[in-house]
Ligand binder design. Structure first.
Ligand code: HEM
Length: 424
């Protein structure tokens, strides 16, 4: 996974022996000890490491939860309550796992927007970006499957709404959508068979994610990190060894993130959850307002902004699928938005657009704003924001890249860093 020639020299007889058979020490040394890393990486570059850490936490807590959880429609809800009340520290393990999912999405959104701002998807990092989008899709699937497991009202109805997306294919090819949906359910409604397969897949996917993360980091280590200036590393002065410089910096920000994570787990563990999910699943009672977890809300708003179900589902998948094309939609010759005065403005409009979409996704489908006596249906704002979302990638990115005059780039990372560091 290292980049450039190896810098490792075995010191002991054992290391020499091992190095000619399984050069694992060389691998660790070249990957996380001496790996030449741009000297100007800022706080936004610590989130990849934070994500890897939370993925580990989710896998460990998930395995322990699975030791006590029962994937059966008649027992699942009570088995979760048993974990909360009877299992030693079960409440802690569950709250960490439950909020860990939110923390992972928070970190991944920061990580993605960082990539968008600094143009980290541009050549030669296209595959690194695409692997990231695959990880993101896998994360969304994993979180959806996990949310059904406690078998509360939102688990059941959320699973019903999402799996029903596939029935929209019926309007294109009659019966096909229903056939696919029933095949996914393993019956004629979300039920015991569905819960069982969702549990099995929820256990499997995190390991698939871990595998793709290995590829992601491999693809990162071939060209090396991008950096906030978006210019290439030119001389050894532009870089520092990963250890101790970035092990310390990543460790420090990881500790701050863990403090924030602990504050949520210990003081507001149900803040991000839906109270309806503490009511056992009941196929005969539909909750008044079915809404997904916060991290899906912008996509839920996109789905509902189209009047036709099939078009809504296409827009939903299209909004994530669009991310695969970003490396080729951005036509600018400059990577970092720091030197792109026009694109930078649009970047922030996209951030606000996604937040507004999230707000709309959390409101009931027929919500209205009362503006000075006139009623303004929120779905119209949703439509406007959906339009901007797609226009941002398919229109703004290519056109601004062509017409914008970027600011002059610095000669090198080292010159820029040393010029802005106060003399001691
Ligand atoms: C479990 C999820 C993920 C993990 C563990 C992970 C891990 C990492 C790590 C350790 C780095 C290097 C440090 C850093 O730049 O922060 C990195 C860089 C990067 N990641 Fe991820 N990542 C994940 C998800 C994603 C996603 C969803 C995307 C995009 C859709 C993405 C895109 C990138 C890009 C473009 C870089 C290079 C950034 C640069 O050098 O400027 N990653 N990732």
């Amino acid at each position: 996974m290292a980049h450039g020639p190896s810098t490792y020299t075995p010191k002991t007889g054992f290391e020499r022996w091992l190095d000619t058979r399984l050069p694992i020490i060389r691998f660790v040394n070249d990957t996380i000890i001496t790996f030449p890393t741009p000297r100007n990486l800022n706080i936004w570059y610590t989130f990849g490491g934070i994500l890897a850490f939370i993925l580990g936490i989710q896998i460990v807590t998930g395995i322990v939860l699975a030791m006590h959880y029962v994937a059966n429609a008649g027992l699942a809800f009570n088995s979760v309550e048993h974990i909360m009340r009877d299992v030693n520290y079960g409440w802690l393990i569950r709250y960490v796992h439950m909020n860990g999912a939110s923390m992972m999405f928070l970190a991944v959104y920061i990580h993605i927007f960082r990539g968008l701002y600094y143009g980290s998807y541009k050549a030669p990092r296209e595959i690194l970006w695409i692997l990231g989008v695959i990880i993101y899709l896998l994360m969304m699937a994993t979180a959806f499957l996990g949310y059904t497991l406690p078998w509360g009202q939102m688990s059941f109805w959320g699973a019903t709404v999402i799996t029903n997306f596939f029935t929209s294919i019926d309007s294109l090819i009659p019966h096909l959508g229903t056939a696919i949906t029933e095949w996914l359910w393993g019956g004629f409604a979300v039920g015991d068979a569905t819960l069982n397969r969702f549990f099995s897949l929820h256990y499997l996917l995190p390991f698939v994610i871990a595998g793709v993360v290995v590829l992601h980091i491999w693809a990162l280590h071939v060209p090396g990190n991008n950096n906030p200036l978006g210019i290439d590393v030119k001389t050894p002065q532009d870089t520092v060894p990963f250890h101790p410089y970035y092990t310390v910096k990543d460790g420090f920000f990881l500790a701050l993130f863990v403090l924030f994570f602990c504050a949520v787990v210990f003081y507001a563990p149900n803040m991000l959850g839906d109270p309806d999910n503490y009511t056992p699943a009941n196929p005969l009672v539909t909750p008044a307002h079915i809404k997904p977890e916060w991290y899906y809300l912008p996509f839920y708003a996109i789905l509902r902004s189209l009047p036709n179900k099939l078009l809504g589902v296409i827009a939903l998948f299209g909004s994530i699928g669009t991310l695969f094309f970003v490396p080729w939609l951005d036509t600018s010759r400059v990577r970092s938005s720091r030197f792109r005065p026009v694109y930078r403005q649009f970047f922030w409009i996209l951030v606000v657009d996604c937040i507004v979409l999230g707000y709309i996704g959390a409101q009931p489908a027929d919500a209205v704003w009362h503006l000075g006596g006139t009623e303004f249906p929120l779905v119209w704002l949703g439509r406007l924001c959906t339009l901007y979302y797609f226009a941002h990638f398919w229109v703004v990115m290519p056109i601004v890249g062509w017409i914008e005059t970027p600011r002059p780039l610095p000669d090198s990372i080292a010159k820029r860093v040393l010029a802005t560091t106060p003399a001691e």
